[in-house]
Design a protein around this ligand. Sequence first.
Ligand code: MN
Length: 760
Amino acid sequence: MTNIKVFTIAYFVIFLKTIKMPEQEISQLEREELERKEILKRYKALLRSIKHPLTSAQTKQIRAAFDLALGAHKDMRRKTGEPYIYHPIAVAKIAAQEIGLGTTSIVCALIHDVVEDSDYTIEDIERKFGKKIATIVNGLTKIKEVFDHTDSMQAENFRKMLLTLSDDVRVILIKLCDRMHNMRTLESMSRKNQLRIASETLFLYAPLAHRLGLYNIKSELEDLSIKYTQREAYKDISSKLNAKKAARDRFIKKFIEPLKPKLENAQINFEIKGRPKSIYSILKKMNHQEIPFEEVFDLFAVRIIVDSSADREKADCWTAYSIVTDIYKPNPARTKDWITTPKSNGYESLHTTVMGTDGKWVEVQIRNKRMDEIAEKGYAAHWKYKNEKEGIDNTNNGGIDGWLSRIKDILENPASNALEFLDDFKLQLIHEEIFVFTPGGDLKKLPKGSSTLDFAFEIHTHVGSKCIGAKVNNRLVPLSHKLSNGDQVEILTSDKQHPKEEWLNYVISGKAIGRIRNYLREEKRELADQGMEILKKRFHKEKIEFSEDNINKIATHFKTNSILDLHYSIAKNLIPLEKLTIFDIVNKKLVEHKPKKEAVYKAPINIKSEIIIGDDNDLPYGLSKCCNPIPGDDIFGFITIGEGVKIHRTNCPNALSLMSNYGYRVIKAQWKDSPIKADKIFLAGIKLLGIDDVGIVSSLSNIISKNMGVNMKSITIESNDGTFEGTIMLYIQDTSHLDTLIKNIREKHSTMKVSRIDVG
Ligand code: MN
């Protein structure tokens, strides 16, 4: 910080020396004067960036907000050394210029850090600017508190943030502008903070911007994130993109040449742009397809923007489409009509991929000016057309309301913990949509990968709960049947039906998941009531007081997580209550239930007592890292040079070559029969393959860590097209321990393939 300050002062010194006062040192007063001018300049640029005409009342309100912020941040500086007020001005400008938000948002953006950083209170803001603005600023202040003062618990914080968001969507839009400006000025932060902020941006804010249809903001956030998290790759791609710019321009020029006269003939006013893809999307493609930069073929898209009135826009877009595909051959599988059926984030456009003259595929996007603005700036641009003056007060938008209500569906589910929530939310973000029809011909949007059961819950909770199957395009299918675009679905119900635990494996929509979990929770509660009655009777029979204290003793004895779980387990007959007397449990001096000691991993080197090598009980050895043997495995010893005996599994990938080439160095080895001490722990890996399911990470860690008390070293889950592949490394006692664990996972996830990382 100090360094940067010095730098700023030095900068002004040079500036003044060369231009104004060659011999004189700059005084404090002069520097303040320069800064004051710069602040005003930036404020005026903000006012110019507001596109809708302002009433005098609005101008006054913005000025009042600016003055308040200026005073509140008077003595503060950013990490860059600049006056702090530059930041709120920049955030307000992003809100106005890049999202197209109205006066309310500009005012809120200007004062978004005031309550956090000065003595002003929310009450002061309300007195000065009214209730609405105070509510939004309050939301922004809260987000800042939870986010900037904790390092962990991201998921839970994010949930809180969205709870605030559901009050007023502007909170989230301004927060995105705030993050945008912070990312643009990230250079001056410490490396540690750069990494934290950049990953958080990539993980949380960019998907959020995408969901809100803020395409430009999303891409810039992504690009800036990898600029700090993957510095080398970023530099490499951006320099290659620059180097190819001239060739790209030539290509675009050649590509659009034959289109121009035909579009003019059709009397369409148009503009053609060629835009390179974002660095982030190029990098993603390189990694995903495992190809070098040079082989990424669609580095850019050609965009035709027609200028036509509302009643002609669709016809003109299709005319342009027909002209393009007359000249260039389209790939029919890659033509998308987002004009007839816009995406839920509001995106409208006609996409096609055509074969260029040199045999390269080129993506062509066709839309009109209004659609283009929505595509780049998102919903706010749409509101602009509806209600110029009141900014985004007009919220009669199906898509954004739909999005908010979907988020609310998830948030209203009080039992979902933060991790589950993040799984839900990420799935909501990742999934593309499909469109299916009701028997009456109504169109329903569902996330890609939805089942008939998702559809049933989308129609109505009652229909979902009673669903026994469906007719899809007149063919009978089960609940779990995955729907495709264009399917017509008729749900079949039965009054005897009710939601079941395994239904959670079939659904992916937030609504269905929420409703099923609610039902199961209710059901559990009812069963628990019955369990409580059973327990009560037992207490009564043995004449023991049915007190909380005594019930707790029972719960502790059976190691249930809660009293509710105890009652539930009794009702489900999971606890052999009959074989015990309550009296014993309550009155016996029970051993205090200690929480299981965290298993500490000890490097499995030189474990001297578990293996007999040759006939020797005490020969030192090490466990090989290539196959991680655990007690119960078939093993052999290999005499190494310098590292003593190494133990391998007999199905180790190296075993064959070791045994065949160095037979003389192989020595027999076997695990001792004596039970392995509980504190001896070995590293093993399992591999999972299955249908991408909501809550998969939390479900797995529940089974492994919570239920079995097994510590995990690492967990990686990679999703792809509705399926996922995962690897979990864990600390295990022996093969039977591992087998039980695998069995438990299979029981809970019947469709999942689970295996030990097989080295053979
Ligand atoms: Mn800020």
